[in-house]
Design a binder for this molecule. Structure first.
Ligand code: PLP
Length: 418
């Protein structure tokens, strides 16, 4: 950490005090780090926009000392922002007590987090399988579907469920599947939000319907009212599992614990990840009712899933959301962003729920807007050609939302000129 960083943060002492800190805290410029990045990492993500060195609350700092308001939250992950004291102390204390156990053994955090998730999902008949990511949570759901003895799975066009082969097969984006064919068989895709198309596709051999309550990666696409209820009715009629992928929408992101809570629908399976660990990798596949018993002994496994440190992180995140009234904060600040968005020729409107929002643009210049925002000190995401995604920490304040809204017209002007 440079003295400049310290000055910016108002901290008296650097947060890292180990002998390893020299490996990562070298006073390199962003460009020097990115040269090293290019020589060390695969090219899957392209050239990163910046190298970030630290964060605090809703702000992060890059290697050149510039501060940003983080309106993306590590892609809907940093629910409590950066360096949250409760999360930091929970994982530190757990690591200092018991960092890992094999799955021949259980741990208190693993059991307590599973109980808490069951409680939040709202079904005492539910059971949890922990994973390390969203893709793995969906792989688990995929295997549960196979265990029904039926062969077909219906998912949605534009849906995103992860990059592992099963999750990729569920993903409704042919462009990212094509290079990896053949996919695990049996998955068909129907237009998202179209209940009639779903009803046509689901038959007596359909094991599961897999849907996001709001399609995140597709550009924060909100389905028509009643779509999930229709999906429930269709799947009930056929004895088909309804799997809701809440990897992006879950854990308070939309202002409810889970987005499906807004609909009154009870799914058979819910997958969770991203925001659950607040930055520590953890995911979960929750089976409700009979679905909870689909994976029996020996049918599935993981070395790290439900690791005590990751589970302690999950418990800390859920505790802070409840203790600090963050669901209400998400609703309030999300509403503020939606209602106070300034008029501008490039702005078509805002869509989404809570703090999962997309700013709709009148022209396909989202890349330019994201770049102009970054230059102005705001991290946002060009989720589609004409849409900017916001998925900030759930602790974002009204004041910080206003900070962004105040800067937005200038950002859009810059993007328009380029
Ligand atoms: N499901 C949804 C809805 C997602 O948005 C994502 C990631 O963006 C995933 C699954 C995959 O999660 P992960 O990247 O943790 O594997």
């Amino acid at each position: 950490m440079t003295s400049h960083d310290l000055e910016m943060s108002g901290r008296a002492t650097p947060p890292q005090a180990t002998e390893l800190s020299a490996l990562t805290n070298a006073a390199l410029s962003g460009d020097a780090w990115l040269d090293r990045y290019a020589g060390a990492l695969m090219t899957t993500f392209g050239r990163p926009a910046r190298v970030l060195v630290r964060g605090e609350g809703c702000y992060v700092w890059d290697a050149d000392g510039k501060r940003y308001l983080d309106l993306l939250g590590g892609l809907a992950v940093n629910s409590l922002g950066h360096a949250h004291p409760l999360l930091t102390s929970a994982i530190t204390a757990q690591l200092a007590t018991l960092g890992h156990v094999s799955n021949f053994f259980a741990s208190g955090p693993q059991i307590a987090l599973a109980e808490r998730l069951i409680d939040l999902v709202g079904g005492s008949t539910a059971r949890v399988f922990f994973t390390n990511s969203g893709a793995e949570a969906n792989e688990t759901a995929f295997k549960m579907a196979r265990r029904t003895g039926r062969s077909k799975i219906v998912a949605a066009e534009g849906g995103f469920h992860g990059r592992t082969m099963g999750a990729l097969a569920l993903t409704g984006k042919p462009s990212i599947r094509a290079a990896f064919e053949p996919m695990p068989p049996g998955v068909v895709h129907v237009p998202y939000g179209d209940a009639a198309a779903l009803a046509d596709a689901v038959d007596a051999d359909t094991a599961a319907v897999v849907l996001e309550p709001i399609q995140g990666e597709a550009g924060v696409r909100v389905p028509p009212a009643g779509y999930l209820a229709a999906a429930r009715e269709i799947t009930d009629r056929r004895g088909t599992l309804l799997v809701l992928d809440e990897v992006q929408t879950g854990v308070g992101r939309t202002g409810e614990w889970f987005a499906f809570h807004r609909t009154g629908v009870v799914p058979d399976v819910v997958t969770v990840a991203k925001g659950l660990g607040g930055g520590i990798p953890i995911g979960a596949c929750v089976g409700i009712g009979p679905a909870a018993g689909l994976l029996g002994p020996g049918s599935h496994g993981t070395t790290f899933g439900g690791n005590p440190v990751a589970a302690a992180a999950g418990l800390a995140v859920l505790h802070a959301i409840e203790r600090d009234g963050l669901l209400a904060n998400v609703r309030q600040v999300g509403k503020r962003l939606r209602t106070d968005v300034p008029a501008h020729p490039l702005l078509a409107g805002l869509r989404g729920e809570g703090l999962l929002l997309a700013i709709e643009l009148t022209e396909p210049v989202a890349d330019k807007v994201a770049q102009a925002a970054l230059d102005a000190g705001f991290i946002v995401n060009a989720v589609a050609a004409a849409a900017i995604r916001l998925a900030p920490p759930l602790i974002l304040t009204d004041h910080q939302a206003q900070e962004f809204l105040g800067a937005l017209p200038g950002i859009l002007d810059v993007a328009r000129k380029e």
